[in-house]
Design a protein around this ligand. Structure first.
Ligand code: GTR
Length: 323
């Protein structure tokens, strides 16, 4: 053996130890919510379990607070495998995988408990599979509870009449624009990160979201009225890039599925606590919570359910039947 080859061989173990164990996979997880948010905490826990159970073959790093971009940008990066995992709203998945819009319909769930029962059961799995089997290049693994979305506005909305003509931000999905317009508002789509300044500058008169998002994204600073319409109860998928998924061994894939499901069950307890604490903080910050009759909002959005729900009539019936 010549000297050059000897040196090369001697250096090999060192090179491997620098690169870490064989098949090492580094997972970058993207989250729009800040550190400490229920989804972020449950997902970090998921990552820790992955690292431990894979004996270091998988590493996990959380990128919270939207540092990797808007949810739309994150989805694009997931599709090319530049980001490996994320949790995104189902709202922005709808325009690409229309089948998921059945969960995006206003008032499709009776309440949060009903939604949880659905996502834990076979319908929840069916919708995850629809994402996985679409052209989206994502594997959908589990659901996070994203709570109940209500309206928040700069001027109070005490009846559906008060909403007429108001510019309300919604997520970028035609279904939500039509939903808002059907309720008499003027639905305007923009990314999460744009809401704060749009409220501040008066580009919009309000938005709609759950209490933790209203608090943690500081929207309450410029919208002091929270009207409890409960028009959307949205579960949020945890997804992995299919490019990443295909690099995993079958054992690793099973592990990812298992810890993702555990995160689904864990997050809701965190959610309930955070939601209650957020309500208290919002009230303490001067936000007025306005209880309202939901029926006019339910009735006004019936045409949206009919239009978008026509193709899911069976599924909607099955959802309604779950007690
Ligand atoms: C939150 C949701 C985010 C994002 C945001 C929004 O409730 O958790 O994923 O979709 O709403 O409205 O942009």
């Amino acid at each position: 053996m010549n000297l050059k080859r000897k040196l090369l061989l001697a250096a090999l173990p060192f090179a491997f130890s620098l690169a870490g164990p064989a098949h090492a996979l580094d997972i970058k997880f993207a989250e729009i919510h800040p550190a400490g948010y229920p989804t972020v905490v449950a997902e970090q826990h998921l990552g820790k379990k992955l690292e431990e159970a894979s004996n270091g073959e998988i590493t996990f790093k959380m990128f919270a607070g939207g540092v990797l971009g808007s949810e739309k940008e994150v989805v694009e990066q997931l599709q090319i495998g530049a980001i490996q995992m994320a949790r995104v709203s189902l709202g922005i998945v709808g325009p690409v995988v229309p089948d998921v819009n059945v969960f995006n319909m206003p008032f499709v769930f009776r309440d949060q408990a009903h939604m949880r029962k659905i996502i834990d059961g076979e319908i929840g799995q069916e919708i995850l599979d629809k994402i996985t089997h679409s052209e989206f290049n994502l594997v959908a693994l589990a659901w996070m509870d994203g709570g109940t979305r209500n309206l928040y506005t700069k001027e109070p909305v005490r009846s559906i009449q008060d909403l007429q003509g108001k510019k309300i931000r919604v997520m970028g999905n035609p279904l939500f624009i039509e939903m808002m317009n059907a309720m008499g508002g003027n639905g305007i789509a923009m990314d999460t990160g744009e809401i704060f300044s749009a409220l501040q500058t008066g580009v919009i008169d309000g938005a709609e979201n759950n209490p933790p998002t209203m608090l943690e994204h500081n929207h309450f600073q410029n919208a002091k009225y929270y009207t409890l319409t409960g028009h959307l109860i949205l579960p949020e998928p945890v997804v992995m890039s299919k490019t990443t998924w295909e690099k995993l061994t079958p054992e690793q894939q099973a592990l990812v599925k298992k810890v993702a499901r555990e995160a689904q069950m864990e997050e809701r307890a965190l959610w309930d606590a955070k939601s209650a604490a957020s309500e208290e903080k919002l009230k303490a910050a001067g936000v007025e919570f306005i209880a309202i009759d939901k029926k006019p909002f339910f009735d006004a959005t019936a045409p949206v359910r009919e239009k978008y729900g026509a193709q899911y009539a069976d599924l909607m019936k099955r959802i309604a039947e779950v007690q």
